[in-house]
Design a protein around this ligand. Structure first.
Ligand code: 5GP
Length: 201
């Protein structure tokens, strides 16, 4: 099966960003207008924030449950990010790309690296805020984060920035509408990419 057949395989699109860069908002905006796009809902051991819905934002599970999923090979990739475990459900992604849906994974840089190994054609997009100061401001605004949490997330951000060159695209999230438009353009272009060699006419 290739992208020239009637039933094209879906794309795997990875979106990574330092915590607070706004990737969740951007992805939500993309999903509103692009009906062929579907977001993978990760499994996590992190506690649910007050504005989050279980099964919609994440599947919140215990550490024991998470470890069982690893043992049963139910996760496409998993990583410890900050203090908690996060993982991508394997069956969900496989099923949708087989059916031609483009699956978007909002995961960290470790996850992106693992996905690249499983899906070498995956499209890796890195989102950053216009400045590090802006990132600090956005994290402080998020009431769910404690002071220690903010410090930890900023430290992780420094490491994450170092991985920027492993991504295919960089999107600076200054104005949401502009960033969404850039991401839409990337996805449209990737859908048009020729992946197999064509016989000359
Ligand atoms: P948050 O707790 O702020 O929702 O997410 C923390 C970090 O975990 C973010 O960088 C987010 O992209 C990452 N993350 C969320 N789900 C997954 C996942 O399934 N796998 C990996 N590797 N990282 C994830």
């Amino acid at each position: 099966m290739n992208r020239l057949t009637k039933h094209r395989k879906g794309l795997v699109i990875v979106v990574s960003a330092p915590s607070g860069a706004g990737k969740t908002t951007l992805v939500q905006e993309l999903l509103k207008t692009d009906k062929n796009l579907i977001r993978s809902i990760s499994v996590t051991t992190r506690s649910k924030r007050s504005d989050e819905v279980s099964g919609k934002d994440y599947c919140f599970v215990s550490e024991l449950c998470f470890k069982r999923k690893i043992l049963k090979n139910e996760l496409l990739e998993w990583a410890k990010v900050h203090r908690d475990f996060y993982g991508t459900p394997k069956r969900f992604v496989e099923k949708h790309i087989k059916n031609g849906k483009d699956v978007i994974l909002t995961i960290d840089v470790q996850g992106a690296k693992s996905i690249r190994k499983v899906y070498p054609d995956a499209i890796l997009i890195f989102v950053i805020p216009p400045s590090f100061n802006e990132l600090k401001k956005r994290l402080r605004k998020r009431c769910a984060n404690t002071k220690e949490d903010i410090i930890l997330r900023l430290k992780t951000a420094v490491t994450e920035y170092k991985n920027l060159t492993k991504y295919n695209y960089l999107v600076i999230n200054d104005k949401i509408v502009d960033a969404v438009q850039k991401m839409q353009s990337i996805i449209i272009a990737e859908r048009c990419r020729v992946l197999i060699s064509l016989d000359p006419l």
